[in-house]
Design a protein. Sequence first.
Lengths: 164, 164
Amino acid sequence: MAEGGGSDSLLFLTDEQLKKGIEAMFFAYRGFTADPDRILENYAYGRAHHRAIHFINRSPETTVNNLLSILGVTKQSLNRVLRRLIDDGLVESRVGKRDKRERHLVLTPKGAALEAELSEAQRIRMRAAFRTVGPDAVAGFRQVLEAMMDTDMRHHFSLLKDSE
Amino acid sequence: MAEGGGSDSLLFLTDEQLKKGIEAMFFAYRGFTADPDRILENYAYGRAHHRAIHFINRSPETTVNNLLSILGVTKQSLNRVLRRLIDDGLVESRVGKRDKRERHLVLTPKGAALEAELSEAQRIRMRAAFRTVGPDAVAGFRQVLEAMMDTDMRHHFSLLKDSE
DNA sequence: GATTTTATGTCAGCCTTGTTGACTTTCCAA
DNA sequence: TTGGAAAGTCAACAAGGCTGACATAAAATC
């Protein structure tokens, strides 16, 4: 009874528990992206487009550079995605007023519509999960995820409007 | 005070809270994969190889078909990955004894060594996160993730050895 | 015993999304 | 006025998804 980690309160740190956490992340992330992925297929967009749309919606008038640091990809990679979203009329690229080298990105009504469709699908799943497990579990979920982020990403994360 | 969702216990279901959950998943998953990704670079392998190695280690002697259903990719895609792991001597493919059509996959010592290196890196991050937040938060984390999975994936998830 | 189904492997070709490198244009700021 | 930052673009490449077609062996079924 008193073998292994010793105290019951440390059982959650056994390698088996950690492994379960790892697999939970893997399977849950698949579920997490499944619904948007299905929607994106109808528009022939991919996850990269979804990510761009999401973060432009979160921070309207954000610059390309800022988006790059959030998404962690090269400008060439982002540019290809952004190019198409702009050409398709989902994103507007506004020349900066103070600094005219900067481009400020905003969603057009068409872009906002797709964003709403995607995020609604994702929220439905998350709402169902949250409702199933209750507020305490949700608080724990958020704490673990935040602790698992890279520190620089944690900074981006805390910038959301409703931050606590 | 009594506006919005009404009761305090439902605040975790506001769209803003759900959005924070969505972003938390995005940033945390990036952190979650960052350490293995760095290791894989040294061997010129990708995440696909990591996933295959992980699930072969979890269920030794698993068949190709079983692995396909867990990973959710096409056999052509998996075959390319598996081919290289076998050629490189990380995975052994054994002809089935009862059914000779089946191939049973096991890690070689070399494969097990890489698996250990990868999963140790991932466990270190998860252990740090778990330790930071404590057992109750970890329980909540696992509950939310499980609730967020697709049901068929939840089935694969519960098959782990230490299942509760 | 012949036929069908299942499990696997493989070839070819396509797409998305990541990468590096090189180069240009614009334009702020020292 | 000039250096360097911000942005855009072209080209080429790789990983890892996908589809479709086809081959083989063995099991299962008729």
